[in-house]
Design a protein around this ligand. Structure first.
Ligand code: TXA
Ligand code: MG
Length: 322
């Protein structure tokens, strides 16, 4: 018997055909799985919004194979953009730059700028090299919910609505790319992600401004409520954690140690060695696993607010705002 999963998994050749025909393919990246479509085909882009139930005011990231390909789609590529791309790409860095007309307004929510990156997963890079268009790809989850870091996560939420998925195994980074806006007089971090603010700052030799939170649609995609595992998430401080009296049906997302208030089966440890890289990689997995226990609430602590910890805490704060 052919299972649904066998029908939906495709290789890069098949994926390229589907995408060229305006279809949707979920693709692996080093950060999270993306829901990809031809980034210069308005109809295909519209399907992304439809399938994800994503509001049109939330612009998409375009994925490219190389800096040369990027330069064809932006008004100008300043030296700082080239330097950053040469240093950190392929990898979890997204730049916002003034767009050329070839990028449809639908992809950018009507803005004159476009977000773009070169993803580091070899299968998707190979796919991009063989296409003559960039791929628009948001995370492959329903709008507002936890991002997928494995093919099964994509299939659970979107399996019936997409035309194929490339199985690239579990994602290495586990949180989305860091977004840096280069359209203003100085670079501004719009989203903390898989490349740490400290790494960018030490490369550029200066401190960066951040503008990472908003509940206003005029600041697209930075919604305060996001990444929801479908259950209430409540953040607890270290002090509260020790004295917390919890419902036995609750669950706990811990940084590096179990918590005495619940049996260990109802807890998920992000990283026993308190390694922020590992914690980032396991974050969405943990939210999902605990969500699958159908708990009354998921308690979570914040992690140290340095390096990738900033991206983790950002996702936890937004998940708890749902
Ligand atoms: O790691 C990632 O970036 C993943 C993988 C699939 O590449 N993609 C991803 O896409 O996280 P998505 O759609 O979940 O997040 C895209 C966010 C938007 O919500 C918005 O915050 C920002 O990118 N964005 C896109 N275009 C923008 C623009 N022109 N100006 C400012 N922000 C923009
Ligand atoms: Mg997303």
């Amino acid at each position: 018997m052919i299972t649904k999963n066998e029908l939906i998994f495709v290789d890069q050749q098949k994926a390229a055909r589907i995408l060229s025909d305006g279809g949707l393919v979920a693709v692996p990246t080093e950060t999270v799985y993306g829901l990809a479509a031809n980034g210069v085909n308005t109809k295909a882009i519209a399907r992304i919004f439809e399938v994800k139930k994503r509001p049109f005011f939330d612009p998409l990231i375009l994925h490219f194979a190389s800096i040369d390909r990027i330069s064809e789609c932006v008004e100008s590529l300043p030296k700082i953009a080239i330097d950053l791309l040469e240093r950190f790409s392929p990898g979890p860095l997204t730049l916002v730059l003034p767009k050329k007309k070839v990028i449809p307004d639908l992809a950018t929510a009507g803005m004159n700028s476009v977000a773009l990156r070169i993803p580091a997963h070899p299968m998707t890079l190979e796919l991009l090299k063989n296409l003559d268009f960039p791929l628009a790809a948001p995370s492959a989850n329903l709008f507002g919910q936890t991002s997928p870091t494995r093919p099964s996560h994509v299939i659970d939420q979107l399996g019936d609505a997409i035309d194929g998925i490339i199985d690239g195994g579990p994602c290495e980074v586990g949180v989305e790319s860091t977004i840096l806006d280069l359209t203003k007089t100085e670079p501004i971090i719009l989203r903390w992600g898989g490349l740490s603010q400290e790494d960018i700052e030490s490369f550029l030799g200066r401190r960066l401004k951040t503008q990472t939170s908003s509940s206003k649609p005029s600041a697209p995609g930075m919604l305060e409520s996001h990444y929801s595992p479908g259950v209430t998430v409540r953040l607890v401080s270290q002090k509260e954690k020790e004295t917390l009296i919890v419902d036995p049906k609750a669950a706990f997302l811990c940084f590096d140690k179990f918590n005495s208030c619940l049996p260990t089966e109802r807890q998920f440890i992000l990283s026993q060695k308190a390694d922020l890289k590992q914690a980032a990689c396991r974050l969405f997995e943990g939210l999902r696993e605990l969500g699958n226990l159908n708990p009354s609430v998921i308690y979570s602590e914040l992690v140290p607010d340095i390096g990738l910890g900033k991206a983790i805490n950002d996702r936890l704060l937004r998940a708890s705002a749902s």
